[in-house]
Design a protein around this ligand. Sequence first.
Ligand code: FAD
Length: 432
Amino acid sequence: MKLVQSWGRLDSKLHQVVLLTSPQQSKIEIKEKFPGLAFGNGRSYGDICLNPNGFLWNTQGLSNFCSWNPETGRLTTEAGVLLKDVQQTFLSRGWMLPVTPGTQLVTVGGAIANDVHGKNHHAFGTFGDHIIRLWLLRTNGQEIECSRSVNSEWFEATIGGMGLTGVILKAEIQLKQVSGPWLESETIPFQGLEDFFSLSDSSESKWEHTVSWIDCLAGINTRGIFMRANPSKHIEREKTASKPKKIFFTPPISPVNKFTLSFFNTAYYWIQRGRSGKSIVNYKDFFYPLDGVLEWNRLYGPNGFYQYQSVIPRETGLDATREMLKEISRAREGSFLAVLKTFGKRPSSGLLSFARPGVTLALDFPNRNVKTLALFKRLDSIVEEAGGALYLAKDNRMSSKMFVKTYPSLEKFLPFRDPGITSSMSRRLFGS
Ligand SMILES: Cc1cc2nc3c(=O)[nH]c(=O)nc-3n(C[C@H](O)[C@H](O)[C@H](O)COP(=O)(O)OP(=O)(O)OC[C@H]3O[C@@H](n4cnc5c(N)ncnc54)[C@H](O)[C@@H]3O)c2cc1C
C-alpha cells in the first residue's frame, strides 16, 4: 500500500498501486486487480484520480510511441506518455500538440479522460477534438477501438469520461505543424470586466491564444493582464526557455493569507503592467509558466488547496463573474492564480466534457476548511443560477445534485461505465 495525493494535496490516502507496463500485461493486471482506477500523473487537483484503499493502475509504464507519420502529422502513442515528451520529440520535426493545458506534466490518457482545454479553445477546441481514435481496455478483458466513425458512442463517452469507461491504452493524435518554439505575444493591462470581454471579443479572430490573469482581491474594480499570442515564424532565437526551479519543503502553515495575497497581486499587476507590449516568447514560458516552479503546490502548506473552476454561458457571464468576484473579495479569500478566459462556440467531443461556450474562471484557494467550503457553496449558487458548471478535473466537493443538473449528457454516459472501475469522485457524484 502506498500513500497517494492529487495535485491539491487535500488528502493523502493509502492505495494498492499497480504499474501497467504494456497492453498485454495491463489486460492481466486489471482483470485480476479490480475494481480500480487508471492514474496518469496525478495533476488533477481533486479526487478524480484517487481510489483510497483500492487499486490504482499507474499508467506511466505505458510510455512508448507506437507509430508516426511525418506526412500527415499523425502520432499513435501509449497513454502514459507525458505531453512534455510529445512536445520535445516532435517540435524538432516541426510538429506540436494542437491543444495543451497549462502544464505539460500530464499524460495523454489523463488529457483525454478530462478532455483538457488550453489557451486556444476558441480556435482549436479541446484535446479530444484532435484524437483520431483510441484503444480502450475494459475490466472484463474486452478491447474496443473507437473513433468518430467506429464505435463512436464509446469514443464520446471516453473523451472527458473521467477514466470510468475503461483504461485507455493508446491513442492516435493529430499534431499541428509549426515553424518552431516561438510565439509572438502581446500583454495588455485592463481595468474592469467589460474591458476583459471586449479584449477577448476583438482578439479571438486574430489571435490563436488568449488568456488573462486577474487580481481577484480587487472586487468590482477588477484589474488584470490580458495575454494573447500567435505562433511565430522566427526559427532561431538566442533566448531559451527559463529553467525550472523547485520547492523542496512544505511550510508548516500556508504563507498564502490575505496580506501576502494582497501584496503579491498588487506587485504582480504592476510588474506585468510595466512589461506590457509585444515580445517574442518561448512556448514553454507562455503555455506552462507554472511548470517553471516544480512542486509549487507545497506552498499551500499541509492542508493543501482547492481550485475552483467554473464555466458560465456568455449571456450571463459578465454578471455572474462579477458576483463571484464580489463574494470572493467579501470573504477576503483568493489566490495568486486567478485565470479568466473565454471558450469558443465549438461543442466538445465528449459527453461529460467541461469546456462549453462561455467564460471560465479558475482560482486557487488555500484549504481553510469550513470557511472555504462555505464560500464555495455561495459560488455554486451563482454558477448554477447562471446556467454554468464546474470542472471535474479540479473538483473535490461538488454535490451530486449540482453535478446531475449541470452535466446534461450524464444519462447518455451511464451505460458506458465500466463496473470494475470506481474512484472517490464517482462514489461522491454517482454513488458507486
Ligand atoms: C499547473 C496545472 C495547470 C493545469 N492547467 C490546465 C488547463 O489549462 N486546462 C485543463 O483542462 N486542465 C488543466 N490542468 C488539469 C490537468 O490538465 C488535468 O487534470 C489532467 O487530466 C491531468 O492529467 P494526468 O495525466 O495527471 O491524469 P490524472 O490526474 O492522474 O487522472 C485524471 C483522470 O484521467 C484518468 N486517466 C488517466 N490515465 C488514464 C488512462 N490511460 N485511461 C483512462 N483514464 C485515465 C484518471 O482515472 C482520472 O479520472 C492543470 C493542472 C495543473 C496541475
